[in-house]
Design a protein around this ligand. Structure first.
Ligand SMILES: O=C(O)c1cccc(C(=O)CC[C@H]2O[C@@H](n3cnc4c(=O)[nH]cnc43)[C@H](O)[C@@H]2O)c1
Length: 239
């Protein structure tokens, strides 16, 4: 396979059945994913840290190391628990992102929040391959919609309502997807995000978290989605 470095991007040609990196925030999520993966090793689960910056740095490092070792990844999946917008994404349910959007990268103005793209910089959304979103969601029974990446966990009804006003298609929020997606984009790779809902997005209520239930749902999702991930071809990334 030919790997090219062009304008700061690492790109590669189409690969049938590429290696897949599943990036979680913490070891508990990594272990929930790894329990469901086959032992033959084309899918790896790695805990890259909490928040978009740690996730971007950890993912980019893993992708660069794998490429340098001659075992490059062809697909990156951000996975873990997350908050679900109610009533669309109840606790224990699964969400596959058809858009991965960073919600708080921009500027506050007297007229409201302005995303960084409107300031003339960068990106705020990454779109996973549509066929992969469709097939993974069908395999594991997930809803599809926008998953927001935030640096601050939402803790009030006002903020939850504000996010939904700006992002009406948002089903879930978490803290890593956009960072993982930026790292994947830097390497010219497609990205997917899968979240198992551990808590409602809204007023802070630690008693309402169902982390065990969400980790079990995450494990189950990977058990059911592995055949799709293993069978996916990078040729299909624009489908
Ligand atoms: O202290 C709190 O009120 C609180 C509420 C929800 C989650 C946290 C975390 O520190 C977990 C961060 C960790 O888990 C993902 N996650 C889970 N639920 C959410 C959420 O509602 N909003 C954003 N992220 C969430 C996240 O991806 C991190 O990896 C604390």
């Amino acid at each position: 396979m030919v790997v090219q470095v062009r304008e700061g991007l690492l790109t590669s040609g189409p690969v049938p059945h590429p290696r897949v990196l599943v990036a979680t925030a913490v070891p508990a999520e990594r272990d929930a994913v790894a329990r469901a993966l086959p032992s033959e090793g084309r899918l790896d689960a790695l805990a890259v840290g909490v928040g978009p910056a740690a996730a971007a740095a950890g993912t980019a490092t893993a992708l660069a190391r794998a490429a340098a070792a001659g075992r490059p990844y062809g697909l990156v999946v951000s996975a873990g628990i997350g908050g679900g917008f109610q009533p669309d994404a109840p606790v224990g349910s699964l969400v596959v992102a058809d858009e991965i959007t960073v919600a708080d990268l921009g500027a506050e103005t007297p007229d409201g929040f302005v995303p960084v793209t409107e300031l003339g910089f960068g990106a705020v959304t990454h779109r996973p391959p549509r066929s992969l979103v469709r097939d993974v969601a069908a395999a594991c029974g997930a809803a599809t919609g926008t998953v927001l990446t935030v640096s601050t966990v939402t803790g009030t009804a006002e903020r939850a309502a504000g996010l939904r006003l700006r992002h009406p298609r948002a089903l879930a929020e978490a803290m890593e997807g956009f960072g993982v997606a930026e790292a994947a984009a830097l390497h010219g790779l497609p990205v997917l995000e899968i979240r198992a809902v551990s808590n409602p997005v809204g007023p802070r209520d630690r008693a309402a978290w169902r982390i065990g239930e969400a980790l079990a749902a995450l494990s189950d999702a990977f058990g059911k989605s592995t055949p799709v991930l293993k069978g996916w071809n990078t040729h299909d990334r624009n489908d």
